[in-house]
Design a protein around this ligand. Sequence first.
Ligand code: ASP
Length: 582
Amino acid sequence: MSWRDLHCGELRSEHIGKRLTVAGWTDTRRDHGGLVFIDLRDHTGKVQLVINPERAADAAGVAHDVRNEFVLQAEGEVVARAPDAVNPNLPTGEVELQVDTVRILSRSTPLPFQLDEEHVDETLRLRYRWLDLRRERMQHNFRLQHTVIAAIRRTMDELDFIDVWTPSMTRGTPEGARDFLVPVRLQPGKFFALAQSPQIFKQLCMVGGIDRYYQIATCWRDEDLRADRQFEFRQLDLELAFAEREDVLDVMEAAVVASFEALGREAPSRPFPRLAYDDVMLRFGTDKPDLRYGMEIQEATEVTRGSEFGVFSGAPCVRYFVAPKAFSRAELARLEEIAKEWGAKGLAYIVVDESGERRSPIAKFLSEDELASFPAEPGSTILFGAGEPELVARVLGGLRVHLGRELGLAATGQDVFHWVLDFPLFERDDQGNWTFLHHPFTAPMPGQEEWDEQDPSGIQGQHYDLIWNGWELGSGSIRVHDVELQRKVFRTMGLSDEEADSKFGFLLEALGMGAPPHGGFAMGIERFIALMAGEPDIRQVIAFPKVSSGSDPLTGAPTPMPEATLGDLGIRALPQDNSSSA
Ligand code: ASP
């Protein structure tokens, strides 16, 4: 016996006159006092079943008991709908199944929410995710995801990458987040860390002669959960031996383009623009600019050097950008609040009204020359930032993103991909110590291998980020493959040779045994899919995500463990004053 001849969404007028069996979930049931109509649904769509007691008395009896989400099998004849009953919005809308027999394969208890209900609390939806997944939006997202991942795998295969599995349980991996720890019963009191990424293993694969490695790798990072962050997520992780930066970028572009093409969408044209870090920081105030709109930041330090406006003349750096709207006082007050959130003391501006007249509390301090040096169309506002260059970049960059969104400047349906290159190799951490910007395995630019270990400022790394419409999709770099250079990077980060040996001794040993030049990349799969699907957060493309408290509403995990279990692992739990496990 087969459960079904066709999927629910596949019935068409060409099937009229055929006897067919379908199976699926009850989407709706309408009892018209005699005739019963049931919309039967599966992942392909819906079909209308008509149960007429005069034609099939038994079936009508069964249909009477049916409730939403019951699983049914129905057999009958495909007939044309009466002309006034044709539903042009439904692919199956020209036909219906005149049912002769119907079986209830599975019942459903009353539902915690209706599938088509709007504004259902997300935790409730995730608590009953098996219901939620039946929704069209979810079905669409997961099938889109499958198509994209299949296209990526095909591309990797065509480009001679091989899929190698690397361990999840390992030593800490330095990707800048906290590790999740796994206790080990066989060695009580000792812990594995769950891999934050396969970074070191993929490099060891290169030393091992794998040549081109890839993996859709699960990564674990103990960070606060956000719209684009979960404890566990996947990366398209890849590494190439004997590769230069352009080789890596080329592979990633191929994977992105193949994903668009697999979905039948217009792919971004290659090569994606390549922008330098210093340049984007100056022009957009961020290392992941949304290039769908302009509002580029302009230089005004020199022009305002001798200004009577002390905030400008005394500042190491003055910059501005022009927003395409003449803001009201109330709007400017709100923008000032935002600027302050980004660290500004205030917000200087010049409003250029529709007649071209310039209004500004600072106008009286600015000379004609100064005023004229900020070109702006009527109906716009010039917004200034003054202070240290980093602060100015942060404030104007933050305002630019805010206004880009608020003024709807990014045309929907536009997909702008670009690379950011030439990042600094090191930056200062909160304590003022030098640390890596990407991770400690990133190589310096060729020719920049010599630096003062106390002050590596100005040294650039071979690190690159891929950006889509202002979202960072992923990062990668050409790696250090020389053991002495790797030690030097560690020392610059304040890690003595002894500390480096104890933490990364195995990598240093491997680098000392014939490491080819190599580089790679990792792209966040969920973020890529969420953007592809037009979803606002990655939970919508993860089958069973966790909520922001860090819990899984479906299984109730994480849960406390019995003392005896912990004892076997050499662990004792400290008493907690809040017992929230929701
Ligand atoms: N391991 C890096 C990350 O997870 C990516 C890379 O450098 O390949 O961000």
